[in-house]
Design a protein around this ligand. Sequence first.
Ligand SMILES: CC(C)(COP(=O)(O)OP(=O)(O)OC[C@H]1O[C@@H](n2cnc3c(N)ncnc32)[C@H](O)[C@@H]1OP(=O)(O)O)[C@@H](O)C(=O)NCCC(=O)NCCS
Length: 269
Amino acid sequence: MQKTLEGNPISEGFLSHGPAAPGKAIIDRDHAAVWWLTLDEIRDADWLKLASLLIEEERARSERFHFDRDRLVYIAAHAMCRGLLSYCLGAAVQSWRFTVEYHGKPELVSPPNMPRLRVNISHTRGLAAVALTVEHDIGVDVEWLQRDADTDGLAARMFAETERQRVAAANGSEKLDIFLKFWTLKEAYVKAIGKGLSQPLDAFAFDPEALEIAFRDAHADDPANWHFERYRPGPDYLMALAVRHPDKQRLAVDTRPAPLSYLLGLADG
Ligand SMILES: CC(C)(COP(=O)(O)OP(=O)(O)OC[C@H]1O[C@@H](n2cnc3c(N)ncnc32)[C@H](O)[C@@H]1OP(=O)(O)O)[C@@H](O)C(=O)NCCC(=O)NCCS
C-alpha cells in the first residue's frame, strides 16, 4: 500500500483508541505511528511541562542551543518522542534510553520484555515530528517551505538526473514544492537507513507521485521493501515517511497531530 496524505489527518487508526495500558503495547511490526506538533499550539506556560518530560541529559543539551527557536523545537521533538513511546508501549515517559549509532542516528535501547523499538525524529522551524515502529528501519523528515532556497542549485548538485529535470522544469511556487517533495522523501530514506547525508542523494531517485524509489545500482537496495508516505502538516510544511517492511500490504501507518493534552498530562503525572 502506498499512500499520499496531503490533506487532513486520518481520524481512524490504531492510535485513535487511546494510550496503551501499562505493559500492553498497541504497536507491533505491522504498525507505524507518526505524530507531528506545531509550536504555535504550545502556550508559554506549557513549555516547562514539556521540558519536564526530558531526561537530564536532554535538558542539558536543550540549554546549549544559542537560539530560542532551536531550543524549543528540540524540547518539543524529544518530549513528543518520549510521549509517543509511552502512548504506544504503556511505560513511564522518562524510562526511555537511547544510544547513538555510527552516523549519529539515535537508536532506542529497548527494555527487556519489549520488542525492538525503532524511532526517528525530525524538526524544522516551528514543527517537530516523530515516527515509531517495531524492528523495521524508519525515517521521517519535515521541512519548512523556505522561500529563498536555491532549489535549482541544490538539485543540480545533489539530486538524481530525473529529479533535477523535474525541479528545473517547474515554475513559480511549484519549483519549491517539487524540490521539497523530493528532499523530504530522500531525507526520510537516508535517515531510515541511518546513513544521513553521508549517503549520496543522487544514488537513488523518487517518483514523487507513485511514491516509489529506484536505485542507480540495482543491487544497492530493494525498492519492493520500501513504503513511503507524504504529508502536509500545515500550509508551510512538508513531511515524508520511509519504512522498510518485507510485506508492505500488512503495514498500517497512523499519522496525526500529537495530542498535546496527553503530553501535558504526562507532565502532571
Ligand atoms: C541526519 C541528518 C540527515 C539530519 O537532517 P536534518 O534535516 O538537518 O535534521 P532533522 O531534523 O530531519 O533530523 C534530526 C534528527 O535526526 C536524528 N538523526 C541524527 N543523525 C541521524 C542519522 N544518521 N540517521 C537518522 N537519524 C539521525 C536525530 O534524532 C536528530 O535530532 P536530535 O539531534 O534532536 O536528536 C543530517 O544531519 C546528517 O546526515 N547528519 C549526519 C552527519 C553527516 O553526515 N553530516 C554531513 C553534513 S553535509
